[in-house]
Design a protein around this ligand. Structure first.
Ligand SMILES: [Fe+2]
Ligand SMILES: [Fe+2]
Length: 147
């Protein structure tokens, strides 16, 4: 079962980041499937150990590449703020809610994660650095980071 699907409009044109986004999407789907099977503890473990940890690594990778190619400072700062907000919100608000709450809370948290991620990839990644790198024909030779 999938809660989030990869589609062309999520493509930034930077292979490493597109691959990393796919890993994130796959892992979120894994969490969703486990929840649907009633395996809440396993779902929680994957969410914490893989989704949160990988999102954090992925964000740092993006930030490092934007810096490497002199992505405009104001845009970079704004992008970093969004990443930081998401990681902090996950750790400080959503995870404690999941910890205390019921399945409904878990599903609400999952819906928030999915909504935020799609919005961020489209608005900040694809239409942000994706466009900017494309306009300058910059090829990023990086490989995707491992989980
Ligand atoms: Fe991203
Ligand atoms: Fe991003």
């Amino acid at each position: 079962m999938e809660i989030i699907k990869w589609s062309k409009d999520l493509e930034s044109g930077i292979e490493a980041f597109d691959e990393e986004h796919k890993v994130l999407i796959e892992t979120i789907n894994e969490v969703y499937s486990l929840m649907r099977e009633g395996k809440r503890d396993e779902a929680k473990k994957i969410l914490v150990d893989k989704v949160v940890a990988y999102a954090d690594k992925h964000f740092k990778h993006e930030e490092e590449v934007m810096e490497r190619y002199n992505y405009p400072k104001d845009k970079l700062e704004n992008h970093k703020k969004m990443h930081n907000f998401f990681v902090r919100y996950l750790i400080e608000t959503l995870l404690p809610e999941i910890e205390k709450g019921d399945d409904k809370k878990f599903n609400e948290a999952l819906n928030f994660i999915v909504g935020w991620l799609i919005m961020h990839i489209k608005n900040m990644d694809v239409n942000g650095y994706g466009k900017w790198f494309k306009e300058r024909n910059i090829e990023v030779p990086d490989k995707k980071i491992e989980i």
